[in-house]
Design a protein around this ligand. Sequence first.
Ligand code: ZN
Length: 190
Amino acid sequence: MPTIASNKHYRVGRSKTGLGLFATKPIKKGTRIIRYYGPILDSRIPEHDDIENKYLFELNGRWTIDGSVRKNLARYINHSCRPNAESDVRPRERKVFIRAIKNIEPGDEINYDYGTDYFKAYLKPIGCKCPSCENKRKKLRAEARADRAKVKARAERKAKKAGTTSSKNKAAKKKKLNGHAVGKKNGARA
Ligand SMILES: [Zn+2]
């Protein structure tokens, strides 16, 4: 059975995108960190089905956890495309636990992948701000900068070369004009 971390293993803190949940002690891979807690909504009850917030955690077609309650500190866990935790969904027990999938160090932000549906609905339109996507963007920007620098350097080299070639050509032309009888081969120029 997985060990359950006591509630002193994490704290709510400031993350780049607002608030987040951070480890305060080392958390071993496989450990249950926290339960994603909230009232269970039944989609067959119209009033339940009308509830709309971004903390709804669907267990299956019928049951959903409304994680918007204050007690649910797991709602502070941010999404990451390369997370250190995952949601362990137990539809029969109507429970969700967040479990470490890597060893997590004190100070690390805890995150899990919210899944494709959430990503498409909420994150893709604004651009995912998770560290993995931020790094990817940073890398792309650096690459684009390097490419631009390369193109510029190449253009400058070309311009320099063109400059020397054209003066050489001029010199060559001059020589030719001076050295040969002009118009011997090209009547039009004579
Ligand atoms: Zn991401």
